[in-house]
Design a protein around this ligand. Structure first.
Ligand SMILES: [Zn+2]
Length: 455
């Protein structure tokens, strides 16, 4: 039994001082005390600073990390740069990543997520086939590479093998999408089963499911996968105006309206982006309890637009954050931008909280933690740290200038809104510290992969 002597720790009702957590050898919390017990421990670990729950990253495409920062210059003939021209750039990368390269990219990415405070990630994975578009001899080859990367680095992974069938509304798949395509839902469910079996060998990994977007599948297929889902179901939705207009002209409804009217949604359905919502969609969606994954830095980077999140929040809507294209890997930045986009839009301060005495940072940390956990198929109906749950946490330096001298109730907001990532001292998953991870080989392999991908 290990004792963690914690200087400050955040629970849902605020920061507590001098707390004693006992964990077993697997990193599970077996006791929480507010006085030191007279017991024999195999090890005593002292944590100086503030312990927060680990952040949840509800949307990731690992391979895209390799091109983060590489599409910020205007190309000749592409002066109207937008989401769709970025997508062509992304497809060029998707066409050439091999399994070793994918694994090395994922290891670098996941270790960076840990360093910056994420303890769990939902991987929206649609790169399934080899470079020629054929299935690998082990169909789950690339899925398994991602699970291996997560397991070795020590981050929790909810793998979401994604159904991708079409090139657009009423359009056959494009040549550039050949590595993503699954012809039928029968093929998809078999594939999913194979991955679920493989995941049993990786104790940090579990499996959900999803459809890439309405434009990437037929109506019957979307409905069937939502109905027969196991674990959390994720889908990209209404990220771009063009997609909303095409859905209206082909399917007769706006994307979120179609989902609300034609499928059965509940709290285990996760709508990624949902940027373009009208008032009736916001109301309908909130009634279903389906949750939204907002990816603020990617949505800003790709010029998607701003979700009317305050309106969804007022109806009790649940939402989490995701780093998506990985242009930014800091949960502090995602939460801050999620909030600031609403402030810019409405010209108000603290627009996502409603009651006097609430604190935007603690409120958003709690909301995104709860919804983020659910998006990865984990429970979230208890406190951040509870007996019986694994000890997953991020340790914040209260000696960082942005936190120094602040009262307990202001520490969380000082970390989210005022501090930079240097205020993060360490991240813990199942009692294992990120700082023990050796990254020399990870960095070397990653660099070699990028050198071969971008010769
Ligand atoms: Zn995405």
């Amino acid at each position: 039994m290990i004792l963690w002597e914690v200087e400050k720790i955040l629970f849902k009702d605020g920061v507590k001082n001098q707390v004693y957590l006992e964990t077993d050898s697997s990193g599970k919390i077996i006791n929480i005390n507010f006085e030191k017990a007279d017991k024999a421990y195999s090890e005593i670990k002292i944590i100086k600073g503030l312990v927060l729950p680990g952040f949840q990253n509800a949307h990731s495409h690992s391979f895209q990390y390799a091109m983060a920062g590489m599409s910020e210059n205007l190309q000749e003939g592409h002066e109207d740069d937008d989401f769709w021209s970025w997508r062509n750039h992304m497809y060029q990368l998707a066409l050439k990543v091999n399994p070793d390269q994918l694994e090395s990219i994922a290891k670098m990415l996941y270790s960076e997520m840990l360093r910056l405070g994420y303890t769990q990630v939902a991987e929206f994975h649609y790169l399934h086939h080899d470079e020629s578009g054929k299935a690998y001899s082990q169909k789950s080859e690339l899925s398994e590479r991602l699970m291996r990367a997560a397991q070795e680095v020590g981050i929790r992974l909810c793998l979401l093998p994604i159904f991708y069938q079409k090139g657009g509304f009423g359009v056959n798949p494009l040549e550039q999408q050949k590595r993503f395509i699954t012809a039928t839902t029968d093929d998809y469910f078999k594939f999913l089963e194979e991955i679920q079996n493989k995941a049993k060998s990786y104790d940090l990994c579990n499996v959900g499911c999803g459809v890439h977007s309405l434009r990437a599948a037929g109506q019957n297929e979307v409905r069937e996968i939502i109905e027969q889902r196991s674990g959390p179901f994720h889908i990209h939705i209404a990220e771009q105006i063009k997609e909303v207009e095409e859905c209206l002209s082909h399917w007769g409804k706006r994307p979120v309206q179609w989902l609300c009217d034609k499928t059965t949604l509940d709290e285990n359905v996760f709508l990624v982006h949902a940027t373009h919502l009208d008032q009736s969609e916001i109301k309908e969606l909130a009634k279903t309890k389906a949750q939204i994954v907002v990816c603020p830095t990617t949505e800003g980077n790709l010029g998607d637009g701003i979700i009317p999140l305050v309106e969804f929040e007022k109806l009790g809507g649940a939402y989490s954050i995701g780093s998506d294209s990985h242009i930014c890997l800091s949960p502090q930045e995602e939460i801050k931008l999620l909030d600031y986009a609403q402030r810019y839009r409405l010209r108000k301060r603290n627009p996502l909280i409603q009651k006097a005495g609430q604190d935007s940072a603690q409120y958003l940390l709690t909301k995104t933690w709860e919804s983020g956990r659910k998006s990865c198929g984990q429970g979230a109906d208890y406190d951040f740290f509870t007996v019986g749950q694994d000890f997953d946490a991020v340790i914040i330096d209260t000696e960082h200038p942005s936190l120094l001298g602040k009262k307990d109730q202001d520490l969380c907001a000082s970390f989210i809104y005022a501090a930079d990532t240097n205020a993060i001292k360490d991240t813990i998953v199942r009692g294992r510290k990120y700082s023990n991870l050796q990254r020399d080989q990870i960095k070397k392999d990653y660099k070699n992969s990028l050198n071969s991908l971008f010769k």
